[in-house]
Write a protein that binds this ligand. Sequence first.
Ligand code: DMJ
Length: 636
Amino acid sequence: MVAAHRVAVAACLAAAVAAFAVATGVAATSHNTIPGSVSEWPSSVTQAQPFLLSLLSHPVACRWLTRLWPSAAAVAAAAPPPSVSFAAGIGGGGHAGGTAEPIGSFRYRPPPFDVEATSLSLDERTNLARRAAVRAATSRVWRAYTATAAGWDEVRPISGGGVNNLGGMVATAVDSLSTLMLMGLEEDVAAARAIVDRSLSMDTVGEVSVFETTIRILGGLLSAYHLSGDGLYRDRAVALGTALAPAFDTLSGLPWPRCDLNETSADGSRGSCRVHPTSGDSALLAEVGSMQLEMRALAHAAPSPLTTRLRAASEAAVGVVRQMAAAGGYMGLVPSHMALADGRFTTNLMTLGAPADSYFEYLIKAWVQGGRSEPAYLAMWHDVMRGVLRGGVAHTSLRGDTILRSVLTATAGGGLHGPNGDRDVTFIARMDHFSCYFPGAIVAALDTAPTPADRDEWLDLARRLTASCHAMYARSPSGLAGEHVRLAGLDESWRMAGGYHLRPEALEAFFHMYRATGDPMYREWTWEVFQAMEHHCKTPSGALAALKVARASRPVQDDIMHSFLLAETLKYAYLVFEEPDVLPTRAWVFNTEAHPLLVTPPLGEGGGLLRPIEEEEVARADGHGDGGAAHDVGEL
Ligand code: DMJ
């Protein structure tokens, strides 16, 4: 143990010395000069050399340095220049490292011509008609955006005109691209591309949410690139990734929630980032722990020292969460707020819904994206399933409704380690609409269930949760769901509240459950929801508006049309009616904004993911570590 500690301290010192050397220019001549390369990264600390001294005595920072610096330096030496070894362009026939499908290989397949005259069954004709209806509505909604709000983030669906509430990144245009491509809406794709080409510039973007920008804009651009092979999208993704780089320049390794992208230096080494406006010095779990799919896709699409470092940093943030959760989590669940300074949990609330949701979703999706070869992610997901099923998170009411409950521990980060053990845990019987992503995550994991009985139990839970998500719509007078449902009183009666925000998660569940089971009920449920949207949300411009209150037979529209309507809600509504071999799950994975990304082999030696923690665990298992519970990594 003493020896291991000495090695760690020596490595930390070496890393810090290396940082000093590069920052002061001592090592500059020995590094390449690709803009944004690792050799240039430490220039962000050039003005802060006194501050660096304090890093040497800070344990979290020391861990951060010892983790990231050596691996980044190794990758810098090994990484090819950006233009090497990936085949972009339609029919490019494979790319760096190989994937299940080549970049740009997606082709829209039109439905059979003149379906009425063919020998299709009634069911098949109904299905094709519904698919066509969703496709037509999507094009109509898209055109309502371009008619008065092209160049803006989102359209005001009732009053017309645009609003920039996502930093001025033409969010609806970028978020729509993959949907329009999947539906073969060529003219609309061309219009969206023109908007991106003309109006998406880091010089004009202001302060943004790092998380929203990553999942909507970076994910949207990379998905468009993966589907089409069009280099414009890859190049804009690289520019955006560069602008986001300062977000990872923190002591704890948890990214800053907000950055002014217009203040980023050309090589991504400096920028202006800050805390969340509503949560003080805390970061939200979803914001810090679910950016790795996009950063991995970026590093794969455009390999460079900078994109490699972004990938490593996004995964290191997950590593910080994982490390803290070992002491303060609850059976795989993790509190929803963490201190940016040192990763401490700052709340005693654990939920699978907002503001934690996509952290859990990305554990299993990272596993899928990396070619199902990274045991760390899978082990974390299995822990989550244990907590959900054995820890009382999944709960079925007296009336038979299954929801995912939230968990409160006695103290922030208390986990089950308080003086009263599991008696320190209380449950809140309330589930967000957000949580309806969970059945899709279970479906992604089904093949990894330890035993056939586990698989059956997981699928059964997914079915029951999806039924509850459907009930949020079916039991509402408008046919549309509010933001959350709770089980109230001793009889656990169903109470739903909130507006309808055009959210995708229930349709996402229907889509994944249809793919997993082939049960036509999920197509019926999708059609019900789509019809209710058209009935209550459609505005004279052809757009769809949110509703102020969902539980109303004549709901009042709100002048809001979130970009995720086109990115996710309409996409899932369409895809459930598509052929199951469109975007097969062996080749594609949806990011949390429903942008399909190609499955790619893991980057970096040995998978490269969460490696430092893996090594710590191996050391612990060998009796050389500093104690603590080891995960069963490698057993699955
Ligand atoms: C989307 O932006 C993403 O799905 C995100 O993960 C959370 N939810 C919204 C839509 O509800």
